[in-house]
Design a protein around this ligand. Sequence first.
Ligand SMILES: [Fe+2]
Ligand SMILES: [Fe+2]
Length: 179
Amino acid sequence: MTLPDIMLVSRPVKSEAMDYLSPLKIGHQAGQRELKLLSRVADTIEESSDHEQIIANLEEVMQFFNKELYIHFRQEEIALFPALISVIGREGVVSAMLGEHQSIWKAIDLLSEQIDDFKTATGKNKNTIQSIKMLSRHIVGLLGAHIEKEDTMLLPLSEEVLPPGVLQAVGEQIESLEP
Ligand SMILES: [Fe+2]
Ligand SMILES: [Fe+2]
């Protein structure tokens, strides 16, 4: 309706338009936010008597893992990694990142089982609470380090070694895998 709207529409800044991997970078920021919440759960679950709040927080994080993180991993595994493999091979960074994806999912599956337990009338016991605390800390460490590695190493490397046309095709495939 007004000038700001027009400015928004006509704003495709060149460097942003060429940032084909930006959905992955944005996904990493979202991941870090969820890890903060999970970290808070780990810090408070032993003392807190507000089980409803703990469950609500855990469910929010699990929903993020099952939707956004699942799609994010697919974007990397289906779009980015094959392009990288064709240039630098599978050994080294790509196989390391794939291995970390597997470890992260394994830990998320275990956490999911413990959360299901915690939701039951008899599941709010010391063992389950300890398991949720340990697994949450484990996932915060694993996924946090994984994101850090991708932001500082994998994505800059991809932008360096992939030809512009390939990078663009990767970006388009990443977008096609959005929900
Ligand atoms: Fe990844
Ligand atoms: Fe990632």
